[in-house]
Every structure is written in structure tokens, then in C-alpha cells.
Design a protein. Sequence first.
Length: 183
Amino acid sequence: MVDSQIVLQGQTIAYSCYAIVIILLIAWFGLNITKTGKDNKVKNALFYSFVTMLVVLGVSLHFVTYNTIPWASMDINRSEIKPDKVFNITVQNHQFILPSDKIIIKKGEKALFDVTSMDLTYGFGLFRADNSMVFQMQVVPGHRNDILWQFDYPGVYSIRSTEYSGPKGAQMILKDVVEIIEN
């Protein structure tokens, strides 16, 4: 899977450029319709050509970036994918209860995190050492809460609650408990 940081950087650049073009078009249109005189008006054909170009560009941008979301194909074909490892995690009284002190996953393996809340709605997020998020999900009591993920890069990750569950929820951090190792 492509790392989510790379996807975010690429989409930030693409959508920022698209937004700048739209802002420039609106500014150009606004300046031209406020000018006085006959020759300073915007020609309909020119304006609608630009709008058509922006629509085509915007739709194309969505089609191009659709498959860059790293987890999309895995979610779509999830019923056909068997995880290499399953980790059953319980959350209760503002604490994560892991199956072991450290979760070890080999690079390239598909891991299923099956998280069960016994009392409140919590979040379950995996974070890099620089505190950027790899993934997260909401953990609702009485519902299936799981996420399937393939790790392509070695590293050490922390687990945090990403959902407000009261003042104690801010302390729900397990540092360096997930390790991705080389095969």
C-alpha cells in the first residue's frame, strides 16, 4: 500500500492548484464584469469555456486520485482477503487491553485489528513516531469495529484514542506498542 503521507502530500498539491485556478477565474470574471464600457465585458463563450475546462479538470482530478487512497482496494475486496494476523483488542474504563505487551507484524502482512468497547465510544488510531496518523476508526460498543491494514514499511507505532470519551480519554496513549519488522 502507498503510505498515507505520500497520498496526502500529492492530493494537497493537486487540489491546491485546482483551487487557485478557480479563484483566479472568479477574480478575472469579477474584474471584467465590473469594468465600464462595451468592450470590457466577458464574452459568454470564453467564460463558459473556462467553466467547462474547470469541470472537466475537477472530475478528472477525482478519477485520478480515487485509486491513490491506500486502503480503498482492500476495503472493496475485503470479503476475499484473509488477514495474516488478527489482533483482538478490548477497550474498557479508558484503557486499551492488548493481546500482548507488544504487537509484532512482519512487513507486507495484512493485519486485522478487531477492537471491542465494553463501555463507551472510543477511537482507535495508529500513529507514527512523528505523531502523524496512519489510520483510525471509531469503536462503538455493541458493534463490529475492525480495520484491515497492510504495512509496507518497518517502524514502531503508538496506539491512541481518537474519539472524545471524557477527560480521561486524552490519556489513552500506548507508546511504541506496534512494531513492523523486516521479514
